[in-house]
Design a protein. Sequence first.
Length: 422
Amino acid sequence: MTAQTRSETDKKDSTLEPAVPNKFSKKYEDKKKLQQLLDNAAVKFNSDPKEGLQYMYENGLMEEKVDDVVKFLKETVSLNKAQIGEYLGNEKPFAIKVMHQYIESLNFENLELDEAVRKLCSYFKLPGEGQKIDRIMQKFAERYCLQNENAFRQADDAYILAYSIIMLNVNLHNPNVKSRMTKEQFVKNTMLAITDTSLSTRIELTYDRIAANEIVLNDSNNKSISCANDSFSNTFSFLNGIYNQHYYQPGHDYLQQRKKIITTIQDEVTNVNSSVKHIKNRKDNMFYEPQPDDAEALQPMFSICWLASLATFSTLLEDSQASVFLNQLQSLATGHSKDVLSMKALSEQLVTLCLNGYRYGIKLASHLSMDVEAESYVNSLAGFTLLGTEKLMDQRNIEAIKTLIEIAKFNNMCTYTYILNL
């Protein structure tokens, strides 16, 4: 075979070789598939716990082991709490083992019994069937007494009182119950069922706490998730404004959301110095450089952070004298240079950083074909030019105009149309 023939053969073979997938994109795709499987499992579990667990086994997400199931039930936040309770109350031997280990993983040390019941009910909703509740409360009483050895003389007393607490909670707080139990009735009925006569005072205090603060037995999410939902609602209101108006005018929801984001950022910025001190060399602070075929993976990432970034840039441009950020910049400058910059110089530096943020945000959104996000950045930046208004401009506004024209020139967007309209 001649050298030319070999060369042609090698060239032909190389064209037939499959392209090596980008490691970053493959890792992202694998993670996305895994998350989709977990989401599917959660949906199936919320419909039928048995089907959800079987789906997990069949897809290799976990083995049919007690430890794995307990971890799944405790760490998967999208699971319905009522269905968790139904499964834990199941009479099947494997489910009973799961329930035992689940409760043994909880810490009730140094809690009053009603506080421990409240904590238990924060993890799952007690099932409606009496036998299922009975199995769970027996194991709960055993766990409580092991962690609080001096609380009760007998575990049976803890079990009876815990059951009484559940019934009292329903009696006092369920709107369908017409006749409310009095403290005297609760103490009397409970004392007839337990063996330790010294518990009357504790039972009275238990009644007071339950009467004052209901133990939530439904399957609603906790307070932190509700707060997160409120935050998402504000975000969606902001996005609605963008979609419904050709040029978004900042409204109450946007400003409120922006303030929340900035408050969080200010808290985080205070840790910049300590983070910088731990960086020993450039390699410790290296970032992965995205490749062209990473666009599919980068788009959902940018969709998460663009709004927070825009809120940060716009707020700091609006108040370039923001003391918390200037102080941090000054500290960083002091740590890396002998020359300490004046507050004016730091303010100018902060404006430059924000305008660069706008440049990169618009450029990235354009390359990822995210038109709504790109237009949002452009509209926000245009607002700082003060073009079309009678307000007095300063250097910050002039720099914003320069940046806007520069973006229009190099990003081939509709920015020129907007400038001409102004």
